[in-house]
Design a protein around this ligand. Structure first.
Ligand SMILES: *[C@@H]1O[C@H](CO)[C@@H](O)[C@H](O)[C@H]1NC(C)=O
Ligand SMILES: *[C@@H]1O[C@H](CO)[C@@H](O)[C@H](O)[C@H]1NC(C)=O
Ligand SMILES: *[C@@H]1O[C@H](CO)[C@@H](O)[C@H](O)[C@H]1NC(C)=O
Ligand SMILES: *[C@@H]1O[C@H](CO)[C@@H](O)[C@H](O)[C@H]1NC(C)=O
Length: 439
């Protein structure tokens, strides 16, 4: 074999390889223009190229971004019509208006079904439904809230306690479906996907936190000292929206407050959420003796007394105690006779099977606890995490949390693969650089 023919064979080999590479880079999913191959811009975009066989975050992110770019211009228009967003309450209102506006976009738009198929407790239910609202907000798709078709442990309906949420649309050809529990057929190997009738697959829109427009991001940043944690603030806003009370419920709560003398305007009240019955199958570190709660409460009262100008005034010790086991309430009254202990007899889960009676009670307890000056609970529990979120839009808008966790730190925990890691608990904007490559 001559040296010359070997060289030419190598040369031809290189040419073939290079041609292959460029063709692949242009049409395939490795090239600069790969975003064009994910979707076309019909009513519902369709996926063209197959997913990789392993979890590839960069791929998932660019698929997500190219999908979210559909409404980039429209989103901007919606924000331009807003008044100056120069303080926290106005930003909050403008966010609520945006959520509402999306629900009214019309049923001919792509929309999606979302709820939660699991018999978990109310706060867990609310956290997943907050997720549904967030997906609606992020994707600009009206939500078809499936709560009346979901598995639901309570004998009362969602709408007996809260205002209905989402749009009035019914599922059609332009309807995607979301399911929190991991779908074994999910195309992305990182998360599961939103699916439409044509098999279009949108990656989980909350994979890296909450994508927002540049304008919204700027507004939050300009309010930075007042919104120290934009992610928790955002979750709080969606909790606020999800938990708008039915008027009948609101009246019931007012009556309950009167009945037990719950007056947070008049006195410093510390809330305690003490879980018992449904903690038995979880780790022992989530069970806390009554005394642990009272030691924390005493420390807080002392701190307030010291910070008061006279430094001598003694505060009455008042707590609102919420527990799923009535024995806890009785115990507390016996062990701390000099304290005023407010609470209701619990019928909601003396056993888990009777939980179905307890929707109103757990809603009442969440509302009352959220109005306390300080809460002692365990962030391992959904109720405690929800309270942590609610505090960002109630009395502690600027200095939340007013809460002591006896176990763990805050996270946004959801079923399946969707719990957010700490580094993803943030808001982010879709990259303009990417947009230029795509349009
Ligand atoms: C956004 O709007 C501009 C003009 O208003 C238009 O040229 C551009 O194509 C639009 N981009 C997208 C992604 O729709
Ligand atoms: C509010 O709840 C009551 C039951 O407590 C129910 O009859 C009513 O329809 C609900 N209102 C709305 C707007 O859903
Ligand atoms: C304070 O408490 C008293 C009775 O203890 C009550 O009459 C009054 O309405 C309360 N004030 C507020 C603002 O709740
Ligand atoms: C409630 O708590 C008491 C005392 O801790 C315990 O003996 C009882 O079994 C509990 N009830 C339930 C239903 O878990």
């Amino acid at each position: 074999m001559t040296c010359k023919s070997r060289r030419s064979r190598v040369f031809i080999g290189v040419v073939i390889l290079v041609t292959f590479y460029y063709t692949f880079a242009y049409f395939g999913y490795y090239g600069k223009r790969h975003c064009l191959t994910f979707w076309n811009e019909e009513v519902t975009p369709h996926m063209f190229s197959p997913w990789r066989l392993t979890c590839n975050q960069a791929e998932e992110k660019s698929r997500l971004e190219s999908f979210l770019l559909r409404y980039r211009n429209e989103s901007r228009v919606m924000y331009h019509t807003k008044k100056d967003v120069n303080n926290v309450p106005i930003l909050s209102t403008s966010l609520t208006e945006k959520i509402d506006a999306i629900q009214r976009m019309g049923c001919d738009q792509p929309n999606f079904m979302c709820g939660h198929k699991d018999r978990c407790g109310l706060a867990c239910q609310i956290h997943h439904r907050i997720g549904c609202l967030l997906i609606s907000y992020v994707t600009n798709m009206p939500l078809i809230h499936t709560v009346d078709r979901d598995e639901w442990s309570y004998s009362n309906k969602w709408s007996d306690a809260f205002l209905p949420m989402g749009s009035n649309c019914t599922p059609g050809k332009n309807t995607y479906t979301w399911d929190w529990l991991p779908d074994p057929n999910s195309a992305s190997k990182c998360h599961n996907v939103l699916l439409d009738n044509f098999g279009t697959e949108i990656p989980y829109p909350l994979s890296w936190g909450i994508p927002v427009t540049q304008e919204f991001h700027n507004s939050i940043n300009s309010l930075k000292p007042k919104i120290p944690d934009p992610f928790v603030w955002m979750i709080g806003q969606f909790a606020k929206y999800a938990m708008r009370l039915n008027q009948t419920m609101e009246q019931k709560i007012q009556l309950w407050k009167k009945e037990v003398g719950f007056n947070p305007e008049n006195a410093t009240i510390i809330g305690m959420q003490i879980r018992r019955t449904d903690k038995t199958d979880e780790g022992l570190d989530t069970f806390h003796e009554l005394d642990e709660y009272f030691i924390e409460a005493e420390a807080y009262f002392k701190k307030i007394e010291l910070s008061q100008s006279s430094g001598r005034e003694s505060l009455p010790r008042i707590v609102y105690l919420s527990s799923d086991n009535t024995t806890v309430l009785e115990d507390a009254k016996t062990r701390y006779p000099s304290w005023k202990i407010i609470g209701f007899h619990s019928t909601l889960s003396e056993s888990l099977t009777s939980r179905k009676h307890g929707l109103f009670e757990i809603v009442r307890d969440i509302v009352l606890l959220s109005e306390c000056d300080y809460i002692i609970c365990g962030l391992s529990s959904n109720v405690c995490r929800l309270l942590y979120e609610i505090q960002t839009y109630k009395d502690f808008m600027y200095d939340s949390p007013h809460l002591k966790s006896l176990d763990g730190d805050y996270d946004y925990a959801l079923k399946g693969l969707h719990t957010m890691s700490r580094e993803n608990m943030k808001i982010w904007t879709i990259s303009d650089k990417f947009a230029q490559n795509c349009v």
